[in-house]
Write a protein that binds this ligand. Sequence first.
Ligand code: F6R
Length: 258
Amino acid sequence: MRVIVVKDPKEMGKRAAQLIVEDMKAHATYVLGLATGSTPLPLYNELIRLHKEEGLDFSTVITFNLDEYVGLAPDHPESYHYFMWENLFKHININPKLTHVPEGNIPYQTPEDIKKIQEVCDQYEQMIDDVGGIDYQVLGIGSNGHIGFNEPGSSLGSLTRIKTLSENTRKDNARFFDGNMDLVPQYAITMGIGTILKARKVVLLANGEGKAQAIKDALEGQVTAMCPASALQMHRYATFVIDEAAASKLTLETYEHG
Ligand code: F6R
């Protein structure tokens, strides 16, 4: 595993963009796996800058997002459809038809609904396989070690499916919903840990002290479903780009700096 410790979130975004763009330029077609939340924003800002100032071309890039809340319309300001459009897609020359975010705006009450949602999840997984898989998957990490919305206890071989959000995650994400945890949806559709592990390359970003324990568990702890990000220890090409605060509990001295 490669671990790069940088001084702040801006550097984290730049470093991650460098890794992705280098790889992107080496391929004629490219499939990017994307995350939402506050952590990838410096990366998206850097990709937007590279597009505007250096002509980085996204016209043939295909994207798949990790997850989406169940029950939010795509134009809801906290839906991940909306997030991606506002924070990345509308600023670059991406073809909207090549972007994919799981369809979460479907009812989830009756057994038929549950069946329908699982079909949507299976189709999402199939679409990723049909384009030849994800070249580079971007990840954040929850303070409880989740990746995507694979909460502690998730199967390390899981594929795209519906998950119940933990109380910890709903508390963490209440900041996006006027501080009101009751407004945070209870369920989300998420790529599984198995889906994430299928990506050719993975970059996990983290900043701030609030992520330090999760980063320590993911990198220096045992591989366990109790820390879903620890599954990345099984990946052949996983890089963590984290700031000094998120790295503050790490003990090995071999990590890269800068
Ligand atoms: C979002 C996602 C989540 C977040 C994680 C951290 O698509 O997959 O795993 O990456 O909850 O969120 P932030 O970055 O807001 O701290």
